[in-house]
Design a protein around this ligand. Structure first.
Ligand code: SAH
Length: 206
């Protein structure tokens, strides 16, 4: 960050809030910072997971960035029946998340999980509620369960969900099929819309 001795910067580690720190030693490869005082309390996100099917690289970057800004606690790339991607660069996405957290003054860094199959993920699913964003409900009322507690938002790929996936989700009492309005949104837009809807209904926008 090109800071020299005596200069001040803000630090956060995802546990202790944000701290003002002074550079006491600055080398090319290492340095020493002295935490002087806490500048922000730790702000933990709601217990909300974002599950999404990875799409093109730049759009996936956008999704993890916006999920961080919008307060997801955990980011889970999911392989669905119609997902093209069969691998992700988890480390690259995690770096992106760190940058997004810095950018928006967050004190928490959500974890980006490894890519996993939707079916595996749903096997043995506990009582976490699922906001299942289902494009076939386009134009239906935008309403969903107001149950409190842990939640996950699930967004499908460009090809949408397969009939089998929809059948499986519809049979789960934890899953709540939700419309995001009268237009079909691109997956990256749907992520932001769903997070806003959830935060406004059950999360920290209230
Ligand atoms: N190919 C599909 C659209 C997929 S959009 C089609 O044409 O029908 C990608 C994902 O965004 C969907 O799987 C869904 O999770 C979400 N999505 C987009 N628009 C939506 C809407 N109006 N209501 C609910 N979910 C939506």
């Amino acid at each position: 960050m090109r800071k020299g001795t005596g200069e001040v910067l803000e630090l956060f580690n995802g546990r202790d809030g944000e701290w003002l720190a002074r550079v006491v030693q600055a080398g090319k490869r290492a340095g020493v910072l002295l935490c002087e005082r806490q500048s922000k309390e730790m702000m933990l996100p709601q217990d909300l997971w974002l599950m999404f099917a990875p799409i093109k690289k730049s759009r996936t970057d956008f999704i993890v960035e916006k999920a961080t800004e919008m307060g997801a606690a955990q980011i889970m790339p999911i392989q669905t029946d119609f997902t093209n991607a069969d691998r992700i660069r988890q480390d690259r996405l995690q770096n992106h998340v760190v940058e997004a957290a810095e950018q928006c003054g967050g004190t928490y860094v959500p974890q980006v999980m490894e890519l996993q199959k939707l079916s595996n993920c749903l096997n043995g699913w506990d009582d976490r509620q699922i906001m299942f964003c289902d494009e076939t409900r386009v134009g239906q009322a935008v309403a969903f369960s107001q149950q409190r507690g842990p939640w996950a938002i699930l967004i499908g790929p460009e090809g949408g969900f397969s009939p089998l996936e929809r059948k499986r989700l519809d049979a789960m009492p934890q899953a709540h099929g939700v419309s995001l309005g009268p237009r079909i949104l691109r997956a990256d837009t749907a992520v932001v819309a769903a997070l806003a809807l959830w935060q406004n209904t059950l999360g920290d926008w209230q």
